[in-house]
Design a protein around this ligand. Structure first.
Ligand code: NAG
Ligand code: NAG
Ligand code: NAG
Ligand code: NAG
Ligand code: NAG
Length: 385
């Protein structure tokens, strides 16, 4: 081995290892196709500046180089100050606000973005019509509050809605039906149950690309996802199965994250999708292989119950003209014996990394009982082909 090899392997391992471990537990943005953020600091529009006033609430600051933004964050505010009519971006996160009334918003017809995260908002104190009067709003950050319900009605113009870390247990049909422009809906770390998302409540969001429902109390897959969906995050629920043909309705799926659930059986062709790139199934109880679609690049099967892995089933045919894209597979903390079938290297010619790591003994308990342990950094096998 040359010194450059010695250097490359651990650094690759470190890089991927860090990525894996940090993503296993907490919600992070998706690697693929995240819709562009509305820029927080755009280049100031000097023509516009001449027109806009420098009016600003006394509790807040409106930078002269960016006069369309009002910064009111980290000020122990208990109420929202009056918002001048030229303000497009309101940053009022990290305060003590419990209540939203319409009054401060009366002139705020230009608002595009509101960041009200890290406050103490209560649903009973949010005025019903406050958001619907905002005709230009595209981004609403309400994460880390005490909301029990999704505020509704919400304006149709909304593209990103962040509601993580609240106490929401249900999505009423009328809250989402009109949101035809919404691309990102984040509901991670709430109290969603199966009963709370029943019926035709999601498919009305015809532009939805990303839905995050990690850290909730779901026992089954959310029904009625729109065809536009590309990224699904359902980590850390109690989902035990995926209904037959479930993903037939989501042909555009790029990424599915379902680690820390109770999946046991996966239908052999469940993931026969033409765009899927990322599949996180770590910390479940899966023991039988399933078909790996050609486009899949990253596959996480760590902390499951595999005793062997029949690669011929994962990859039933070789197509050298159109090879499988898999580059990374994590298999540690299963009950595997011996190395992976050599056929894997032929069938997945792009494999760069297999995390094989430690395997559990046959009689050892599954991942559930070991949840509290800090996971060890898995051992890697680097392929020579
Ligand atoms: C709305 O704008 C008018 C006219 O500039 C002003 O007199 C009034 O105080 C404003 N109200 C609020 C709530 O900002
Ligand atoms: C909103 O505020 C939170 C909390 O400070 C921050 O992490 C986030 O980046 C902000 N988001 C936007 C779009 O400004
Ligand atoms: C899983 O979700 C629950 C809330 O349902 C949360 O309390 C817990 O910290 C989460 N666990 C992990 C490993 O993220
Ligand atoms: C996957 O779907 C395609 C077309 O829908 C079908 O021809 C193929 O047989 C399926 N493969 C598996 C393994 O189910
Ligand atoms: C793997 O599965 C194929 C197809 O079902 C079967 O023919 C083969 O015997 C299996 N291999 C092992 C090692 O079990």
């Amino acid at each position: 081995m040359t010194p450059s090899h010695i250097f490359t392997i651990p650094s690759l391992l470190l890089l991927s290892g860090a990525l894996v471990l940090s993503q296993d537990y907490e919600y992070t943005d998706f690697a693929y196709g995240t819709p562009p953020e509305v820029p927080r600091l755009s280049v100031p529009d000097y023509n516009a500046q001449l027109v806009y006033s420098y009016e600003c609430a006394s509790e807040c600051s409106c930078p002269s180089f960016y006069p369309i933004a009002m910064y009111c964050d980290h000020r122990k505010l208990k109420a929202i100050p009056n918002i001048p009519s030229h303000i497009r971006h309101l940053y009022i996160q990290h305060n003590d606000i419990e209540e939203i009334t319409s009054k401060p918003f009366i002139n705020a017809t230009s608002l595009r973005e509101i960041n009200l995260s890290y406050n103490k908002l209560q649903s009973s104190k949010v005025d019903k019509d406050v958001f619907s009067i905002l005709k230009e709003i595209v981004q609403l950050h309400l994460e880390h509050n005490n909301l029990e319900d999704i505020p509704s009605p919400l304006p149709k113009t909304l593209r990103r809605l962040h509601l993580g870390f609240n106490k929401i247990s249900k999505i009423p049909a009328d809250a989402t039906r009109e949101l035809t422009e919404l691309t990102v809906l984040d509901l991670c770390s709430n109290r969603l149950t199966d009963a709370g998302i029943k019926g035709k409540i999601l498919s009305g969001m015809k532009s939805l690309m990303q839905i995050n429902m990690c850290n909730n109390k779901l026992k089954s897959m959310p029904a009625d996802l729109p065809e536009s969906i590309q990224q699904i995050s359902l980590e850390n629920n109690s989902i035990a199965s995926i209904p037959e043909g479930y993903f037939k309705k989501t042909p555009n799926l790029l990424s599915l994250r379902m680690s820390h659930n109770r999946l046991r059986f996966i239908a052999y062709s469940a993931f026969n999708l033409s765009k899927l790139m990322e599949l996180h199934l770590g910390h479940n109880q899966i023991s039988k292989p399933f078909f790996v679609p050609r486009t899949l690049e990253h596959l996480y099967l760590n902390h499951n119950d595999f005793k062997d892995l029949n690669v011929s089933l994962m990859c039933p045919s070789l197509d050298f003209g159109n090879p499988n894209m898999l580059t990374y597979i994590r298999l540690d903390n299963n009950k595997l014996r011996g190395q992976l079938d050599y056929y894997a290297y032929r069938c997945f010619p792009r494999l760069i990394m297999i995390f094989y790591g430690n395997q559990r003994k046959d009689d050892e308990e599954g991942s559930e009982t070991k949840k509290s342990e800090k996971p060890e950094r898995p051992k890697a096998t680097r392929l020579s082909t």
